[in-house]
Design a protein around this ligand. Structure first.
Ligand code: ATP
Ligand code: MG
Ligand code: MG
Length: 352
């Protein structure tokens, strides 16, 4: 049988492996860390670092196609893997989304609205950027940030020095603060033949920089909903994308502003597991394996809640409510801020 290779063995890799398995495909996970959440469910796991050419080669040769659950794959590893098997989504999607500066320029180049931004490498750049953009603003590392890590908010230019120090000499980007009413995201998919399908946008609530809940339907007008879906399609087509993409948006009176994109299945798309016939994980596996996309129409209203750290202790109570669909990642150590699972609470039929 065909085998899908997945770089990264966290919860996203785990749920991709389950989806692959349901389609009769095998799944081989490549993960540098020991005992990854995906290890329990994948058909095969390679535990090796991304600079181990021998392990990478053996991994690639054992699979038919390679995909990934995180966007920060080292360039050298990709260079090698690409010569051996198709990597989907492709190089361009990774290059664009690994660096917030490249990402903003790409999105602006498509004619989409983004926050005002400027590259910041030193104190002179930051002073100029603050002059141009003003405060409040957010200084973010260009690479490797997630869950709000590597970000500092500035409410006055007096905070410039401390903010820059927090970047630890890493290249950064200053973004103007967007006064949004709420945040939504679109999870979209594109097949090998260019077919595009979008899930209904979800409304996201963050706590402490980490996604706390996603609710469908999102509060959006019909025009905003159409805008969101069309702009996601534009991004997919521009990248000649294959797979599932997450697009985070700010809703403002002046229209939708694109915050960032993620070239993979996305935490804000977990509601699809219980709100759609075909969820984002199956949609992604179908796309990268060269299958047609499935029906992602939403049949239920859902609130997805992340179970973070100690939240895992609520599982017995959550499990007692029949409206809750639990998805637990099999992680043993409940550290603060660690995503341990999520619960999809069905709040009614779609449109009900
Ligand atoms: P993720 O875990 O989603 O990858 P991240 O660390 O890449 O997060 P962002 O999505 O850029 O970070 O920012 C985290 C949150 O901070 C956003 O969801 C939003 O609430 C807020 N935020 C980020 N940029 C801005 C901005 N320019 N204006 C207002 N709020 C912002
Ligand atoms: Mg991000
Ligand atoms: Mg984000």
């Amino acid at each position: 049988g065909a085998c899908v290779g997945v770089l990264g063995g966290g919860q996203l890799g785990r749920m991709l492996a389950v989806a692959a398995s349901r389609l009769g495909l095998r799944c081989h996970i490549y993960e540098p860390g020991a005992m990854p959440p995906a290890g329990d469910v994948a058909h095969r796991v390679t535990t090796a670092p991304y600079d181990d050419t021998e392990a990478l080669t053996a991994f690639a040769e054992s699979v038919d196609v390679i995909t990934y659950e995180f966007e920060n794959i080292p360039t050298r590893a990709l260079d090698l893997l690409e010569t051996l098997r198709p990597v989907r989504p492709g190089r361009r999607a990774l290059a664009v989304s690994q660096d917030r500066l490249t990402e903003k320029a790409f999105l602006a180049g498509l004619g989409l609205n983004v926050a005002p931004y400027a590259a910041v490498d030193d104190a002179v750049d930051l002073a100029e950027a603050l002059d141009e953009i003003g405060v409040p603003a957010i200084l973010k590392t260009r690479r490797l940030g997630y869950d709000g890590k590597g970000q500092v908010r500035l409410s006055s230019s007096a905070e410039a020095e401390a903010a820059l120090a927090a970047m630890n000499d890493a290249p950064a980007i200053l973004e103007g603060h967007i006064d949004f009413s709420h945040e939504v995201s679109v999870i979209a998919a594109r097949a090998l033949d260019g077919q595009v399908a979008c899930f209904d946008p979800g409304e996201n609530e963050h706590k402490g920089g980490i996604l706390a809940t996603t609710t469908v339907p999102a509060r959006l007008s019909a025009a905003q909903r159409t805008d969101a879906v069309l702009l996601a399609g534009r991004i997919l087509n521009a990248l000649n994308y294959v797979g599932v993409l997450g697009v985070e948006l700010f809703v403002t009176p002046g229209g939708l502003i694109v915050n960032e994109i993620a070239p993979r299945v996305h935490n804000s798309g977990h509601w699809t597991q219980n709100g759609c016939v075909i969820d984002q994980f199956e949609q992604h596996i179908r796309a990268v394996a060269g299958w047609p996309l499935g029906d992602g129409a939403r049949h239920a209203n859902v609130t997805m809640e992340n179970l973070i750290g100690d939240d895992i202790e609520r599982v017995p109570v959550l499990a007692a409510d029949p409206a809750n669909a639990l998805h637990l990642y099999g992680k043993t150590e409940a550290r603060a801020g660690r995503k341990m699972g999520h619960v999809n609470r069905i709040t009614g039929p779609a449109g009900g």
